[in-house]
Design a protein around this ligand. Structure first.
Ligand SMILES: [Zn+2]
Length: 228
């Protein structure tokens, strides 16, 4: 797999986390999320970490400026310039900033993958979703994990059902998701980077669709120049 720079978009339970892990493992490409990089900054006690903690402690999304700065610092440390971003960009402002950051590094985005799943299937999956209390990974009952009493396949931790997945909360989350994500998807569509992926089926089926979409996305500039 050539070095690729991908962003994953999609509603709750569309499998962004799972697909990010599969891509990381099979393509040897790092995943990045704002939450993960900020948790690292918080642990390191950086200024940005202290600022982020104020929002995260109150269960709020961090402001665009903070999310963008933490991703920018993370990119600075990536010699390969390859990544799969999960949950970033979340807003149009973040998408524009990411384009600027990648432009500055002459490493444009390969594709934006939209994991498409309708609301009924989102609700069904959420009712079967287990989250690891230790590492935060999510799993689907009957797919990754066969019983609620099983240990986390990633770290051996304890699996729990999430408390905030009631149907009222879900409707609200879906509305917020659509309001934020549709402008981001339209932004990538205008640039010819949006790839709509049917997120139904097993993780391996979805991964195969992702693989096909990425393979047909634009080549690295060096390869394009060489006519490969
Ligand atoms: Zn775990």
């Amino acid at each position: 797999m050539k070095p690729c720079r991908l962003v994953l978009l999609g509603p709750p339970a569309s499998g962004k986390g799972t697909q990010g892990r599969l891509m990381a493992r099979r393509w040897q490409v790092p995943t990045v999320s704002v939450g993960e990089t900020l948790r690292r900054e918080i642990a390191a006690g950086s200024l940005a970490g202290q600022e982020a903690a104020r929002f995260l402690d109150h269960g709020q999304l961090v402001p665009d400026k903070l999310a963008i700065a933490t991703i920018d610092r993370w990119l600075e440390l990536q010699p390969e310039k390859a990544f799969v971003a999960d949950g970033f960009p979340r807003t149009l402002g973040q998408a524009e900033a990411l384009e600027t950051m990648l432009g500055r590094r002459k490493s444009p985005l390969t594709a934006a993958l939209w994991l498409d799943l309708d609301e009924d299937r989102v609700a069904e999956r959420i009712s079967k979703r287990l989250t690891c209390a230790d590492c935060g990974a999510t799993f689907r009952l009957g797919s990754h994990v066969q019983g609620r009493e099983e240990a986390c396949p990633e770290c051996g931790g304890t699996l729990t059902t999430r408390g905030d997945d009631g149907s009222g909360a879900l409707a609200e989350r879906m509305l917020a998701y659509r309001e934020r994500t549709e402008p981001v998807a339209a932004f990538y569509d205008r640039r010819g980077l949006l790839r709509r992926i049917d997120a139904g089926g097993t993780p391996d089926e979805v991964f195969a669709r992702i693989e096909a979409a990425v393979a047909s996305s634009r080549p690295e500039p060096a390869e394009a120049a060489a006519g490969v």
